[in-house]
Design a protein around this ligand. Structure first.
Ligand code: NAP
Length: 312
């Protein structure tokens, strides 16, 4: 009987590595745990979890000997950590190994929207360049003012990159941080009002739900570009769509959405939005590093050794 259950979609290489290390039982989602026989569920001491479907207390109760949920990803908002705490279950995540990729994508999205690269590419591809001449002038990005909403691990990497674009860096966090002279804002509306580009890098979950409110979006205003690589929940998406449709916000570049991948179809009709399919950490190298860190946490747990990257 296996002591490990693997939940979620894994690549062939990751499945092979998990199989070699733990000879686990695989299921597609937490909802499938109920379909496992009693002996399998009772033997499970660790879960390797990947995905964004909720892993709640009821799912944990199906595995009475569970001691660890090792999340694939730094954001663990799908896991009810309070429910895990109440059951003495440890939770781990995969921080840091993905910082560079997520920061790279955020900066690329900002440039892509600011310099209208999607539309300009279409101009070239469709032959309009040849027929109508040069593409319309767009906006300068270097030297602008950038706001980082959530100056954590990834937020800092983004700020460092944007500073290299000679941008003035402003940020919000719950307390002022040591920085190379970046400007602190104690509330998100003040941050949004001060910048042209607002990059959202908050944790997800209940506490940050709609942190980017209608008021924040209004403060960012008709010259403002919102970049979100955190979670769909951190932005008031209805207010964002209204502002984009009515030209009260210049544009947005989004990697995360409510209800993804079944996103609001209003996004498809907008040409002032860059859409990315939640691929912030989606490189071969980084996904392999995340998978290894997850396996290392599971192995440490089974060996009774300290967890590498604990959440609780
Ligand atoms: P982190 O180091 O923990 O930083 C999180 C930031 O969120 C910090 O600035 C923190 O503020 C802020 N925060 C936490 N709780 C808050 C609250 N209740 N109210 C206001 N602010 C709060 O996390 P990270 O490693 O940078 O990752 C950030 C997030 O990015 C992840 O949680 C995940 O959702 C998302 N992410 C997305 C992708 C993607 O593919 N698009 C990939 C990786 C991560 P303080 O500094 O004040 O603590």
């Amino acid at each position: 009987m296996s002591a490990t259950i693997v939940i979620g979609p894994y690549s062939e290489a990751d499945r092979a590595a998990l199989t070699e290390a733990f000879a686990p039982v695989f299921v597609a989602s937490p909802a499938e745990l109920a379909g496992l026989d009693n002996a399998t569920r009772e033997a499970a001491r660790a879960v390797a979890f990947k995905g964004h479907r909720p892993f709640d207390g009821a799912a944990m109760d199906l595995l009475p000997a569970l001691g660890l949920i090792a999340n694939f990803g730094v954001g663990y908002d799908a896991i009810d950590v309070a429910a895990a705490d109440a059951r003495g279950i440890r939770v781990t995540n995969t921080p840091d190994v993905l910082n560079d990729d997520v920061a790279d994508l955020a900066v690329a999205m900002l440039l892509m929207r600011g310099r209208e690269m999607e539309q300009a590419s279409q101009w070239a591809r469709s032959g309009q360049w040849k027929e109508k001449g040069e593409y319309r002038l767009n906006r300068k990005v270097s030297g602008g003012k950038a706001g980082i909403l959530g100056l954590g691990r990834i937020g800092r990497e983004i700020a460092d990159r944007l500073a290299a674009f000679k941008m003035e860096i402003h940020y919000f966090a719950r307390s002022e941080k040591e920085t190379p002279g970046w400007i602190y804002h104690a509330d998100p509306v003040s941050l949004a009002a001060a910048v042209d580009y607002l990059v959202v890098v908050l944790v997800g979950g209940k506490e940050t739900e709609k942190f980017v409110s209608a008021e924040v979006i209004e403060a960012l205003g008709p010259r403002g570009i919102l970049v979100n690589i955190s979670r769909g929940t951190t932005v008031d998406e209805a207010a964002l769509l209204d502002a984009l449709e009515q030209g009260r916000l210049y544009g947005a570049a989004l990697d995360v959405f409510l209800g993804e991948p079944d996103i609001d179809p209003r996004f498809y009709a907008l040409d002032n939005v860059v859409l990315q399919p939640h691929q912030g950490s989606g490189t071969v190298e980084t996904r392999a590093a995340m998978a290894k860190l997850q396996r290392d946490n599971v192995a440490a747990f089974h060996a009774g050794a300290p967890l590498l990257t604990p959440v609780n």
